[in-house]
Unconditional design. Structure first.
Length: 407
């Protein structure tokens, strides 16, 4: 004969009201409350910790109110925090497939976990199915009063991260539509770059002055923190401007000989960016980068395919980047080019990339395909139009086109 289960009912189920009932089993001396959770349309069972029916009814009502109150914490699998973690896992997969730079996760975590204004701190226990545009607006209003110093770009990154979390919930079929999140208007500051002819007269060509200054410092044997400035700085300037790569540890300073291929028709380098800001890409350079690469091979004749292009003796690429940044800062001081009077901003090595993009827009006389330029530089057409194209004067060819009366 089969033994009776200790979990069988001990007496009838007592219905208190719709969605709330109590019952006992032989497994426990306490009454259990069975409560319908309105959000999920599922029943939850909780112990009342009471042995009498009268007290169990009171506790069951309290549990029902607690479970279904408007601000009750969401069940884990429906919470914002749960889907924030899902977003991080999804981002790690993108990085492994080289569709995103490793900084992608670092940025997401910053906006999710910041102790002061992080999204998880505010929305973590909220049910993603109930979040609305009004919830976002209330969050932003509170943030504005508490942290008025946060820039528009930071606010927009918060918005993008919030939306990305909810997109994961949408892709899981939990919600149908991501709530609207109005974008914060931000002022686009023109990027500081080195002006060049014919944008300015030859005697005011800042890019040429920069190159001449780099040659002079190398000839003088100038040192920064005991390290001499050599022709390598000069080559780095030209290579960055002619290749459009970002002067970062994941792009320029990560390049190895295996990442470079010389091509003809037209004469150029194919530069493989393996883990750039926007992921994997192969960039075409201008012809000037080929001469630089040949000089690098002469400078390091024993270099193998896995050796870095610039400062290969420094395995730590952060160190290599800092060395060039310090040398570049000295160069800016010596040439008087640190401050960009037009944009009222300080220049850095990154200004070389801005110069590269501006050169293509100007020196092509308006004929360069902006989509091709954006793809090659690992950016977007919108970024080029916002930060570069609209701040440059019209070329003579575009001016003639503007004044034309047709054929």
């Amino acid at each position: 004969m089969t033994n009776a289960s200790k979990h069988r009912l001990q007496g009838p189920i007592v219905r208190i009201r719709r969605g709330v009932a109590i019952y006992k089993t032989y497994a426990s001396p306490y009454y259990y409350a069975r409560i319908l959770e309105v959000k999920t349309r599922r029943y939850k069972v909780r112990s009342t910790k009471e042995t009498t029916r009268l007290q169990a009814r009171v506790v069951a009502e309290e549990l029902a109110l607690e479970l279904n109150r408007a601000d009750a914490p969401a069940t884990r699998e429906y919470s914002f925090k749960y889907y924030a973690q899902r977003l991080i896992v999804k981002g790690q997969g993108l990085i492994e497939r080289r569709e995103r730079n490793k900084n992608y996760i670092r940025t997401i975590k910053l906006f999710l976990d910041n102790d002061d204004w992080g999204l998880v701190r505010h929305f973590g226990s909220r049910d993603v199915r109930e979040l609305t545009t009004r919830d976002w607006q209330l969050f932003m209003e509170g943030l504005s009063s508490k942290r008025a110093d946060l820039s528009a770009s930071t606010r927009n990154m918060l918005m993008a991260t919030f939306r990305n979390v909810l997109k994961v919930a949408r892709d899981d079929g939990l919600i149908d539509v991501v709530p609207g999140t109005p974008r914060t208007r931000q002022k686009d500051n023109p990027r500081p770059f080195f002006r060049f002819a014919p944008l300015v007269p030859d005697e005011r060509d800042e890019y040429q002055r920069l190159l001449e200054g780099a040659r002079a410092l190398a000839k003088q044997g100038a040192k920064v923190r005991g390290l001499p400035i050599t022709g390598e700085l000069y080559d780095l300037l030209i290579f960055t401007v002619h290749s459009f790569v970002r002067p970062t540890t994941t792009e320029l300073y990560a390049l190895k000989h295996n990442d470079i291929t010389i091509e003809s028709h037209p004469h150029r380098l194919l530069v493989t960016i393996r883990n750039g800001k926007t992921g994997f890409r192969v960039a075409n350079t201008m012809p000037g980068a080929v001469s630089v690469f040949n000089r690098i091979k002469e400078r390091y004749p024993a270099a193998g395919g896995d050796d870095y292009l610039f400062l290969p003796d420094y395995e730590n690429r952060e160190t290599a980047a800092r060395i060039f940044q310090r040398q570049f800062n000295l160069l800016l001081e010596e040439t008087g080019l640190k401050h960009d009077a037009v944009t009222n901003a300080e220049r850095s090595v990154y200004s070389l990339r801005h110069t590269a993009i501006c050169m293509r827009l100007v020196l092509s006389h308006g004929k360069v395909n902006i989509f091709t330029l954006a793809k090659n530089a690992g950016t977007s057409v919108e970024q080029i139009e916002r930060f570069y194209a609209r701040n440059l004067p019209l070329s003579r060819e575009l001016a003639r086109n503007l004044q034309s009366f047709g054929s």
